[in-house]
Design a protein around this ligand. Structure first.
Ligand code: DX5
Ligand code: ZN
Length: 216
């Protein structure tokens, strides 16, 4: 079953509670945290995550696009994140395992994200400890960018690795997802789709989420 994770990056933060209610039929709510250093853009941090946590019981899928996530990962877990995903490019091999353990010690799920230029095999040393791999299908930093079709082979490689090693790690894709690119991603092995503008600009968000979810 395909899971849908709308990104609130393009939500109206002046009425966040209503915005969250409009996507209540989603599987996860995707929370993009940007620090202006790891990516050339700033978004929000703990206060917004805590507000979203108060508005919904949904699974909060936190995507950390920040430098030194090992310092902050546990705090995002404690602030209400259910899945905490950080970028492999933002940490050293020594601190990657520690970050995963810190997240698990909070009773939360841990994910690693790969920028477009990072190959699938970079995650293999950690994959047995991961609950999710987030394949970026745009350069992280902004919503509304064009989907990079070259990432489809990375999704296939990860799906083959996960299935052949009997792992249960999810494969999430993020960036430029719409009905057409969602079909391609699911056909290549992704099972969680992040969608920002495509959901938030839809006339009927709930119906659109159901349409995306029906892709198999
Ligand atoms: C990009 C973020 C995405 C973004 C997706 O750096 O990680 O989650 O919000 O936006 P769309 O779906 O509009 O490309
Ligand atoms: Zn994201």
């Amino acid at each position: 079953m395909t899971k849908i994770a709308p990104s609130i990056l393009t939500a109206d933060f002046g009425q966040l509670d209503n915005e969250i209610k409009s996507i209540e039929n989603a599987d996860y709510i995707h929370i993009d945290v940007m620090d202006g250093v790891f990516v050339p853009n700033l978004s929000f941090g703990f206060p917004i995550l805590e507000s979203v946590r108060k508005s919904t019981n949904k699974i909060l899928d936190v995507h950390l696009m920040i430098k030194s996530p090992s310092v902050y990962a546990a705090r995002f877990a404690e602030a209400g994140g259910d899945i905490i995903t950080f970028h492999i490019e933002a940490e050293t091999p020594e601190t990657i395992m520690k970050t995963i353990t810190d997240i698990h010690n909070c009773g939360k799920k841990a994910g690693i994200s790969l920028k477009p230029g990072t190959p699938a095999e970079a995650v293999y040393p950690y994959i047995e400890n991961l609950d999710l791999i987030l394949v970026m299908t745009v350069e992280p930093g902004y919503g509304g960018q064009e989907f990079m079709a070259e990432m489809l082979t990375k999704i296939t490689e990860l799906r083959e690795y996960i299935d052949s090693h009997n792992l249960k790690c999810e494969i999430e894709v993020d960036g430029g997802i719409n009905i057409d690119t969602a079909r391609l991603c699911v056909a290549h092995g992704a099972n969680v789709l992040v969608a920002g503008i495509d959901v938030f600009k839809a006339e009927d968000r709930a119906t659109h989420i159901n349409e995306l979810r029906s892709i198999t």
